[in-house]
Design a protein around this ligand. Structure first.
Ligand SMILES: CC(C)(COP(=O)(O)OP(=O)(O)OC[C@H]1O[C@@H](n2cnc3c(N)ncnc32)[C@H](O)[C@@H]1OP(=O)(O)O)[C@@H](O)C(=O)NCCC(=O)NCCS
Length: 427
């Protein structure tokens, strides 16, 4: 199957946003033996070339099924979810070696540097509800510094679904679970599952987009409505999205150009499951005035932000958004409308110093941009002195001159001596 080639401009729009981000890609064994696998690798080469750090985890379920069938042998489990006895482990080791060879061959053809390492330590699952899982293992420890070093050097770490215990015992891992563990440990921004289904289906209907919360409810209440082959990916998605990974994609690895389309096209191709990141953002109320005042006052002392009085904040309170955790306001921003120009200003973007660098600023700004778009403003403005790169690199704002400002705002800026840069994003 093939789809329209993705427009280079679409890719370039996203490049600054994903630069140096980590994407973990879990590839089912069935995708690796599909004729489209070469095209998947071309997509991976494009992602690497725009400085996205790629981690590959491959599966061997299909290979185990096929090889066992050709030998008239029934493995105890081929997906690494149930018990693995001695002959099944021997089969898994053989399939992993054969599959690794295909992956290495493909990456070499694309001239992509890779490394298979022993940076994951495993331990046996043990006995669960009376069943001994024998040689089935789970990811116990990840050597993060070594993986980061490889990624920083532009090397793609490749992880087989076999890992070793601290005593050197080989254990069969489920590749979805391993990909999710790596994604959580490496704080990847995306976990992408490439499979041979058109994304996640519920009751046979492919789903484009859903939140981790919705999926969790579905898994709890009616797991039988989820395609059983995708259930393990669905469960891993919910788990990983409770951490810092913000998006999980499940898509058909047999579609030419599918990976790039999913990432760079606004509509996408498979299923995108997103964290409930916006649950913590809400419109401010009168009760938040004092907290917002204290955050802004602190930041304005260092000239990060323009000072706002309590009265000013009270007057504009319904234009403010706050990021709240356990009844504490950790950050805020405001959207000040200029309806006559159909533009809105993103102002007072601020995160409490202790909570900076944890993604809160990006979530607040992402949310504010999405709500400005939903309210059909044509452009969003931001005036910044010390966070210009934050807006440009993460959201694609561009510098503009005074003419981009509504007349009243122009006057206000000229009479202040902050000398702020004017940044604009077309919506
Ligand atoms: C700017 C600010 C809102 C960012 O919020 P945050 O929660 O710390 O940021 P996040 O964790 O969401 O994002 C971190 C990313 O933003 C970048 N970033 C953070 N502050 C930045 C700044 N002042 N300039 C450029 N980039 C910045 C980080 O380098 C990091 O980039 P990376 O993902 O490529 O590594 C926060 O640092 C802040 O409140 N600063 C003081 C107030 C301020 O300057 N506000 C802007 C007014 S215009």
């Amino acid at each position: 199957m093939s789809i329209k080639p993705i427009d280079l401009r679409d890719i370039l729009d996203y490049v600054p946003r994903f630069r140096n981000h980590i994407f973990v890609i879990g590839i089912d064994g069935s995708v690796i033996v599909d004729p489209n696998f070469q095209s998947v690798l071309v997509d991976i080469a494009v992602l690497s070339s725009v400085n996205i750090k790629i981690v590959i985890v491959y599966g061997i379920g299909q290979q185990m099924h096929d090889l066992a069938e050709s030998r008239g042998f029934v493995p105890t489990n081929s997906r690494g979810e149930g018990p693995t006895d001695d002959p099944t482990l021997a089969l898994a080791l053989e399939c992993s070696a054969l599959t690794a060879n295909l992956v290495m061959q493909g990456l070499s053809q694309q001239q992509l540097p890779y490394a298979i390492t022993n940076t994951v330590e495993s331990r046996p699952v043990g006995i669960v509800k009376g069943v001994d899982y024998l040689h089935t293992g789970i990811c116990e420890k990840v050597d993060l510094p070594r993986i980061h070093k490889l990624l920083d050097d532009g090397v793609i770490p490749v992880f087989p679904p076999i890992a070793y215990s601290q005593h050197g015992e080989a254990l069969r891992l489920n590749s979805d679970q391993l990909a999710a563990s790596l994604s959580a440990e490496l704080q990847a921004s995306k976990l992408i599952f490439l499979t041979t289904r058109p994304g996640l289906s519920i009751d046979g209907e492919p789903i484009l987009n859903l939140s981790a919360e919705q999926l969790d409810r579905q898994i709890d209440s009616a797991p039988e409505h989820i395609d059983p082959l995708q259930l393990s990916k669905a469960k891993q998605a919910v788990k990983v999205l409770s951490g810092t990974t913000q998006r999980v994609h499940i898509l058909d690895g047999r579609v030419d150009g599918g990976l790039l389309t999913e990432i760079f096209d606004k509509v996408g191709l498979g299923t995108m499951i997103h964290s409930n990141e916006y649950d913590r953002i809400r419109t401010a109320t009168e009760d938040d005035v004092a907290d917002i005042y204290s955050i802004i006052k602190q930041a304005s002392k260092q000239d990060f932000l323009r000072f706002r009085s309590l009265d000013n904040i009270r007057r504009l309170i319904h234009d403010f958004l706050v990021y709240e955790v356990d009844d504490s306001i950790l950050g805020c921003t405001s959207l000040i409308p200029y309806p006559e120009d159909n533009v809105v200003e993103l102002a007072s973007v601020c995160v409490q110093p202790f909570h900076q660098g944890k993604g809160i600023g990006q979530k607040l700004v992402g949310y504010a941009i999405a709500s400005a778009r939903a309210r059909h403003y044509s452009r969003i403005l931001a005036l910044s002195t010390q966070a210009i790169g934050f807006f440009e690199e993460h959201f694609g704002f561009r510098e503009a001159d005074m003419d981009a400002l509504p007349a009243s705002r122009k006057q206000e800026l000229s009479s202040s001596n902050r000398n702020s840069r004017i940044l604009v994003l077309d919506l």
